[in-house]
Design a protein around this ligand. Structure first.
Ligand SMILES: O=C(O)CCC(=O)C(=O)O
Length: 213
């Protein structure tokens, strides 16, 4: 299938679901790259929030590290082990740029948060608002890729209490939100076990969110 033939579903102004954006070979390549990077010294860890609660996922930040205590980005993981972050592989950044283009956005990602959700993985409703104010004001999008098990992705509005949509994100899907949707609340509900393509990701769900600082 050509990239042009792939479907783009507008969820709301500025938010787009791109089902099947990644081919199976692309998913396999991304998954093995993330597994490899995840085994390095500055690989996957379980973030602990400033409340002391452990996030219900494993994370690996590339490009810049998201500090779960200060909510700032930094070049060393000062809330984890002080190690320098690994760079974002250029091939991955290019894929994210392509997804953004299909949603009529431009992004030059310099941050990649890689989230690994187990079967009990969750991510509470939140806004992605720790990037530079200029980036947020310009509505430069976040680009998200899903690999492995399907999840219930929740996408709301600019206020926490706004109505929310529940979207099934399957392996290979991309989701792009920018412009007027850049600060929309979103989160991850259930991860549906054993729903991913066999042999691509060891267990659970892998999510990559690309951002521009
Ligand atoms: O896992 C997802 O699909 C979303 C991840 C997310 O919201 C985030 O990293 O801020």
């Amino acid at each position: 299938m050509n990239q042009q033939d792939k479907q783009t579903t507008r969820v709301k102004e500025g938010a787009f679901h791109l089902p099947g954006f990644l081919s199976l070979p692309e998913q396999e390549r991304i998954a093995s790259l993330c597994l490899e990077l995840g085994k390095n010294a500055a690989g996957f860890y379980q973030p602990v929030l400033r409340s002391g609660a452990k996030m219900r996922l494993r994370m690996m930040c590339l490009g810049r590290h998201w500090n779960a205590k200060t909510y700032n980005y930094e070049l060393h993981r000062s809330d984890v082990d002080g190690l320098a972050v690994q760079p974002i592989p250029a091939t991955l950044a290019k894929l994210a740029e392509r997804a953004a283009t299909l949603a009529d956005f431009i992004v030059r990602p310099d941050i990649l948060l890689v989230n690994w959700y187990g079967k009990d993985g969750r991510l509470g409703l939140h806004q992605d608002k720790d990037e530079r104010p200029e980036t947020l004001q310009a509505g430069i999008p976040v680009v998200s890729f899903s690999i492995g098990d399907t999840c219930e992705f929740i996408f709301g509005g600019l206020s926490r209490s706004d109505p929310r949509k529940k979207i099934a994100l399957h392996s290979g899907d991309a989701f792009v939100f920018g412009g007027p949707a850049r600060l929309c609340f979103h989160g991850v509900g259930r991860v549906l076990p054993q729903t991913g393509p066999s042999g691509v990701w060891p267990s659970g769900r892998l999510n990559l969110t690309f951002r521009q600082f």
